[in-house]
Design a protein. Sequence first.
Length: 242
Amino acid sequence: MKESTKLFIDVYNKLDKFLDPESNNNNYRSFSAKVDNSNNRVVRQYRKTLKSLGDLRNAIIHNHINDGKPIADPHIKTVELLNDIYNEVTKPKTVYDLFKKEVQGVNLEDPLKDLLLNINESSFSQFPVYDDKDKIIEIINTNTIARWLSAQLDDNGDLLILDTKVKNLIPFIEYSNNYKFIRRDATIYHAYDMFIDCIDNSKRNLDAVFVTHSGSESESILGLITVDDFAGKIDFNINWEL
């Protein structure tokens, strides 16, 4: 048996064993059934690929040519794919691992010019708004500012922004309280599902998801996630088949 085949079978067996506790009974269940019934978000993401890899394993184990050699040997890229999925299933990266950052926020009474300077000096486009008790009460983004600016033009086309404060932008927020909170040890897939659920249920996208220790809005903000942050972090197109 080739080394790549041995490695493939070894990783497959480890993944098969990892899925055992999810079976909820002592009866035998095939690898395909375990994958189909798994509640693991990563397994669900790669369900079709895992079932195809399971078919390859069955071909290796149960089908041989005349000299006893397996009828198929996996390419090393296939072994690496299975190993990557196994690592992601068993040790998924958390939202804190991927999205921890110092989040720039503003208070209701802050001058608008301070917010504009912050935008100019940083790469942020979403800013949580805090009340006098340091609780998030809204989120302002560059679209909010654009809507507010368009309403401030006088008859001559000049902008009137003297003495404007952050609180003056609140009425121009498109969707009020359009954000959620997530615990720091949640996976990237759980965060992604929050955006998808909002689209499915409300027909709009979330402005942001805030990362806190246990997902409570009363805790310090450890990171911020927007839908654009998923680019390059989730492979939505993976589709390996025999």
